[in-house]
Design a protein around this ligand. Structure first.
Ligand code: IVH
Length: 668
């Protein structure tokens, strides 16, 4: 089918508009339209591309994510090597560098550009005729790794450059830094802790770990950002200085850090450094110093490089963020997810402008490895400028009064048993009703994909727990109208609605209930799988590690976690209580779910599912499977070599789904 000219034109116009708004939003932080208007445009483009797939081009804004996972990163040679920077730490060293630059340039006038040194990972982005074609990491400077598909998911990175004076450069090799903002890093770590995943040590590791993912879909979910600050090969555009580069890049759509300044002499460069140091905690990204670069590119050429670093630039690093202090006590904190973290309480000490009185020791192994004792003198550091940590203890200063740290056997918050799963470094309290965990446990229980109790948000949960109305999840089902009305700002209508929602949640499916408990490593998929294999929560609670690992799809880690969860007496009590208040779904019973009331018929062979599995999948979502096609049937799912049922479905006009469509419908 030929594509109508007006469609072609509309697609181009939409892309240009979306690119412009992406730039305004992600690069300039100055949106001109609402999110809803943007979404509308984006959806129109998606629809048109779906209808006319021949119009899809790799640089379309719809094509950022969606590349399949890679088996490995292909090596990419850099046409020009990616150099590193020489470092200095003191004003005198900076002055020496400046003197050398002046001497080598025959005492001619020299101007500098000063920029923050970003703490991320450097990348090269190759644009051919304005289109982003390859992106790579620095690697060893000569050969990097192909991370194109991952880089494409960074919304600040233009897939196509804007024309400047009517044209785009033939070739532009852009260099810059992929980084994660400090706030985003903290949020990511919080999320990871909640899911029981290891946390990143600092924003740089988080950025590197996120970019070096074989599956671009994972990178797409990480809040990565980009600043561009340098070039490799350039054809079809002339850039003669750093100042020109930093003003040209934004007009091409490339993000640059606006916090750069010209330094016309050494005092100006030093002033910039002090300014940057003072602003260090306020800027949203991690920075570990200033980079000073000779502005003029022809001067740079004359200066050349030594030992894989240019003579024309230097990194003036911030002072080491370390200080000496004493450990007063090591206190174990129970996090919202039940993780026990030893935290050193310190004699307050200033570390690069911030008073530090606590430092995390992460876990028991870390305390042993660093051999930190109560009373020890220690060196503390603000790692990635965010979380203070103890670098090491100074055993030579010990008096003999110091005390070794012991991980408690009972949870400091609820007094219940503490477990350390095999192969993991973290001790945990598994009691879902532990006061340290209860708020998070309720929020997860009530979340949309679990019990889906709408109106039970963070503030309300805080109030319910703090007033003592709810101490365990089962207490939710005992709430009365009067209780809720006594809660601040809760009106009659909201109270009624909430009670209705809580009541409705009793009908949730077994899969949702299993997921709602927030057992570590048991996500939605695993919960569905378990619900298909166990008739009730009670039955699951008696399963052994052997029984569980015998199931395809359940590894030893998941099995251990499930068994350990149900072994906890408080959790057993909770489950009995939930059943007593009416939360006790049984597999096989018609359940409330997204497919409630829907009838399916299967015909032909399914590629990735047995008929049994398909049946259970439908049932666990509230639907039913019939064996013959009638007017009561909502969908016919046709696999390979379908039989007469397919013809019958067509006769009756019943929607026919492929296996892929069926999976999409049920979200499996
Ligand atoms: S310019 C050869 N500018 O620092 C000069 N680099 O230690 C090319 N870096 O590999 C780099 N912020 O990853 C430049 N504003 C900035 C930078 C910067 C961070 C990184 C870059 C480089 C490393 C060298």
């Amino acid at each position: 089918m030929a594509v109508p000219t007006e469609v072609r034109a509309r697609v181009e116009a939409l892309r240009a508009e979306i690119r412009r708004h992406d730039y305004l939003y992600h690069v300039l932080d100055r949106p001109e339209i609402t999110d809803a208007e943007y979404d509308r445009m984006f959806r129109e483009l998606v629809d048109l591309e779906a209808r006319y797939p021949e119009l899809v081009t790799p640089d379309s804004p719809t094509q950022r994510a969606g590349a399949p996972p890679a088996a490995e990163f292909r090596p990419v040679p850099h046409a020009l090597p990616m150099l590193s920077l020489q470092n200095c730490f003191r004003d005198e060293e900076l002055a020496e560098w400046h003197d050398r630059v002046r001497r080598l340039l025959g005492e001619e006038q020299v101007e500098y550009v000063c920029e923050p040194k970003l703490d991320g990972l450097s990348v090269e982005l190759v644009y051919e005729d304005g289109v982003f074609v390859v992106g790579s990491t620095r690697g060893d400077g000569r050969v990097g790794e192909d991370v194109t598909a991952n880089l494409r998911t960074i919304r600040q990175l233009p897939l196509r450059l804007f024309p400047v004076n009517g044209s785009v450069p033939r070739l532009l090799e852009v260099r810059g830094e992929v980084y994660m903002e400090k706030a985003a890093f903290l949020r990511l770590n919080e999320e990871r802790a909640r899911r029981g995943e290891p946390e990143f040590a600092n924003p740089r590791n988080a950025a590197a770990g996120s970019l070096r993912q074989l599956d671009p879909a994972i990178t797409a979910r990480r809040p990565l950002k980009l600043f561009c600050y340098h070039v490799g090969r350039v054809e079809g555009i002339e850039i003669r200085s750093q100042a020109q580069l930093l003003t040209t890049f934004p007009s091409l759509g490339l993000p640059v850090n606006p916090r750069w300044k010209l330094g016309r002499d050494l005092p100006e460069v030093r002033a910039y450094y002090r300014e940057l140091l003072a602003a260090r905690d306020e800027v949203p990204y991690a920075t570990d110093g200033m980079v000073v670069k000779v502005n003029d590119f022809s001067q740079r050429e004359r200066l050349g490089e030594i030992a894989r670093a240019p003579r024309w630039a230097i990194a003036y690093k911030f002072p080491a963020e370390e200080a000496l202090t004493r450990v007063r006590e090591i206190v174990v904190q129970v996090g919202r997810t039940g993780a026990l973290t030893p935290v050193a309480h310190l004699d307050p000490v200033e570390v690069s402008g911030v008073t530090v009185s606590r430092a995390t020791l992460h876990n028991e192994d870390e305390v042993r490895r660093k051999d930190v004792r109560v009373g020890d003198w220690v060196i503390v550091r603000r790692a990635g400028e965010v979380i203070p940590e103890i670098v090491r203890a100074l055993p030579e200063r010990r008096t003999g009064e110091e005390r070794e740290f012991q991980m408690p056997e009972l949870c400091p918050a609820c007094g219940g048993p503490v477990v350390r799963p095999a192969g993991e470094a973290t001790h945990r309290c598994e009691n879902l009703s532990c006061p340290a965990r209860i708020k998070e446990a309720i929020l997860h229980y009530a979340s949309r994909r679990a019990a889906d109790i709408q109106g039970l948000g963070e503030k309300l949960v805080d109030r319910l727990v703090e007033t003592g109305l709810v101490a365990r999840i089962s207490d939710l089902y005992r709430l009365r109208r009067e209780d809720l009305l006594a809660v601040e700002r809760m009106g009659e209508k909201s109270a009624q609605n909430l009670l209705g929602e809580i009541e409705r949640s009793k009908g949730m499916s077994l899969a949702r209930l299993i997921f709602a408990l927030g057992i570590r490593h048991v996500g939605e998929r695993v919960a569905e799988f378990l619900a298909e294999r166990f008739p009730s929560l009670e039955a699951l609670s008696h399963a052994t590690v052997e029984e569980l690992t015998a199931l395809r799809g359940v590894g030893p880690q998941i099995a251990q976690s499930i068994v350990s969860f149900f072994r906890n007496e408080e959790n057993q009590r909770l489950i009995a209580e939930l059943a007593a208040v009416g939360v006790d779904p049984r597999a096989g019973e018609p359940q409330a779910g997204p497919l409630s009331g829907k009838v399916f018929v299967f015909t032909g062979t399914l590629g990735g599912l047995t008929r049994d599995e398909a049946q259970r999948l439908v049932a666990s979502r509230g639907g039913r499977v019939a064996s013959t096609v009638s007017r009561q049937v909502d969908y016919v799912v046709a696999g390979e070599n379908p039989g007469s049922k397919l013809d019958r479905a067509r006769e009756l006009g019943i929607p026919v789904l492929t296996e892929a469509e069926f999976r999409r419908l049920i979200g499996y």
